[in-house]
Ligand binder design. Structure first.
Ligand SMILES: CC(C)(COP(=O)(O)OP(=O)(O)OC[C@H]1O[C@@H](n2cnc3c(N)ncnc32)[C@H](O)[C@@H]1OP(=O)(O)O)[C@@H](O)C(=O)NCCC(=O)NCCS
Length: 180
């Protein structure tokens, strides 16, 4: 199977429609976004909103560039991944820290090792733009993602308590890091 990243097209109804579908999937919505309450959790994302998520220039204080890609398996979009530089909520305050995100939206793409394959491409992109370190956040209950990151050599080094609301309570965000 051929794995590729191509830039996410925020002007494409197809790309934004897929991202909205994945963001609203009941199997995924507690895993991939931070929610503050049941009402927040219940909100649906529209393709028009996704179009507004396009990367914007930073505030000038720090390099806050962002890249988003569609994950392609044999040319078919199966998920999205992203990397940002200079995110203020990172716990690793060194320079050149890439903040990673990944969402394999198609159920058929999960649990088959594709996360590992796309993460390798994401790390390559990060190195290419000059990042030397990576940090990511994962909710404590996301055992599949945590297991993947640990297998890829990410070290758990911190946490943010009560970050997201799901299933009647707040949950901690675990932070992982790795030298690239
Ligand atoms: C998290 C995600 C990127 C992982 O990618 P994946 O391709 O599905 O995972 P893999 O197939 O590589 O499996 C990773 C490991 O977890 C294991 N695993 C699979 N299902 C599991 C489960 N339900 N619980 C615990 N471990 C599980 C796999 O066996 C594998 O370990 P192995 O290498 O020892 O076999 C992907 O599932 C995804 O996008 N999920 C939804 C959104 C999400 O959670 N994003 C991450 C937010 S931080």
């Amino acid at each position: 199977m051929k794995f590729e990243l191509r830039p996410f097209d925020f002007d494409s109804a197809e790309d934004c429609g897929l991202m909205a579908k994945w963001s609203n999937d009941p199997e995924l919505r507690h895993l991939a976004r931070v929610n503050a309450s049941d009402a927040d959790y219940a909100k649906f994302v529209t393709p028009e909103e996704v179009s507004g998520w396009r990367p914007r220039p930073g505030d000038g204080k720090e390099d806050r560039r962002k890249w988003s890609w569609m994950c392609l398996a044999d040319g078919v979009p199966v998920g999205e991944c992203s990397l940002q530089l200079g995110v203020p909520h990172r716990l690793w305050k060194e320079p050149d820290v890439a903040w990673f995100g990944i969402l394999l939206g198609e159920a058929s793409a999960r649990g088959r090792g594709l996360g590992r394959a796309f993460f390798a491409l994401l790390e390559d992109e990060a190195r290419r733009i000059g990042a030397t370190r990576a940090e990511l956040g994962v909710f404590e209950f996301n055992t599949r993602a945590r297991r993947l990151y640990e297998k890829l050599g990410y070290e758990r080094f911190g946490s943010v308590s009560e970050l997201t609301w799901w299933n009647g309570k707040f949950w901690t965000d675990f932070r992982y890091r790795k030298n690239l």
